[in-house]
Design a protein around this ligand. Sequence first.
Ligand SMILES: [Zn+2]
Length: 91
Amino acid sequence: MCPNCNVPITTRVEHEAGTMTWMLCCFVSIFLLCCNFTKDVIHYCPICQHLLGHYRRPCSSRIVMFVALVIGIPIILNILLAMADSHRYYG
Ligand SMILES: [Zn+2]
């Protein structure tokens, strides 16, 4: 039952890219946008398009931490190696 138009409906479900998804997008790729893994779930009334519910994925922050670690560690290692190299060359 839609609270807006009072018509018995089955909610239309859409997956919208949330803030976390866009943050991840900066680091990872379009791949995560293609699956619904990190997306927010939004329920609309199919008749009046009234927003019925917005559910955030609670695991998103954990995924961000995981991706940050997976991507961050090699970058930090590269920086450290580059520093070590420059030290070797110029020191
Ligand atoms: Zn409605």
